[in-house]
Design a protein around this ligand. Structure first.
Ligand code: HPA
Length: 246
């Protein structure tokens, strides 16, 4: 049976309902992960859980140590990774509360530790194939769970990974839309690429928590984002439980 790891994002710093067996602290060649890796059972199935921003939420997207997080999960025995990400909606179909399992991404982040292939010990440079950044069988497992639960969702979408921590300008969102992006978040990269470098199948379950900048003629507030998160995260938990039970 596959050992799944869940990386919880904003709104999912703890997995309510996780029966915790052990919280394991790791020190990796890349430093310390955001939080201890929690090992336990969810919906009766073994699972690993890591809070991307720490628990409580304290590490902003551009300062997450993605390399340490992925390294620690691999060392903990993860065989596949389901990432949960809060995002802004660009495409009209991506209204607040909507769930999306993206099939592509565009990376606009910069200055993050984004590869394991660097440093003095490196024997040779490896260029991973990243044409299709998300693992298709894992994406299909997520989509199967969403269908069985009859939750409205998009079965594909292009995720724009921005640097943050500020939200985008309306002009930037026009550009991302022109680039073909449907949703926008700050944590999808380099996480997905690092998982690929470690040979770990990786897929993303994105929850739209606000219309992207300029899509509504008003300010986007944290209060609005938190309200959508509070109501939407329950569906995310249902999907995760269903994926594990599959
Ligand atoms: N932009 C970038 N990241 C986000 C957003 C957004 O509008 N909402 C949640 N994460």
């Amino acid at each position: 049976m596959t050992t799944y790891a869940i990386i919880g994002g904003t709104g999912l710093t703890a997995l309510a309902g996780l029966e915790l067996d052990q919280a394991q602290t790791f020190e990796t060649p890349w430093g310390a992960p955001s939080a201890p890796v929690q090992r336990g059972h969810y919906a009766g199935r073994p699972v690993l859980f890591l809070a991307r921003h720490g628990h409580p939420h304290r590490i902003p997207p551009h300062q997450v140590n993605y390399r340490a997080n992925l390294w620690a999960l691999k060392e903990a025995g993860a065989e596949a990774i389901v990432a949960v990400n809060a995002v802004g909606g660009i495409h009209a179909a991506m209204g607040s509360g909507h769930l999306c399992v993206p099939h592509q991404l565009v990376d606009y982040t910069w200055g993050r530790g984004h590869t394991f292939f660097e440093g003095a010990d490196l024997e040779h440079v490896t260029h991973i194939d990243f044409s299709f950044p998300y693992d298709e069988p894992l994406r299909q497992r997520l989509l199967g769970a969403l269908r069985r639960l009859q939750l409205p969702h998009s079965d594909h979408g292009v995720y724009a990974a921005t640097q943050g921590p500020r939200l985008e300008t309306a002009g930037e969102i026009v550009r991302l839309e022109r680039d073909g992006c449907d949703i926008v978040g700050m944590t999808g990269m380099p996480e997905a690429a690092l998982a690929r470098e470690l040979g770990l199948p990786y897929a993303c379950l994105a929850l739209v928590v606000n219309p992207a900048a300029g899509k509504v003629q008003r300010e986007i507030t944290m209060a609005e984002i938190e309200a959508v998160l509070a109501s939407g995260i329950d569906e995310v938990r249902q999907v995760l439980a269903e994926v594990l039970a599959d």
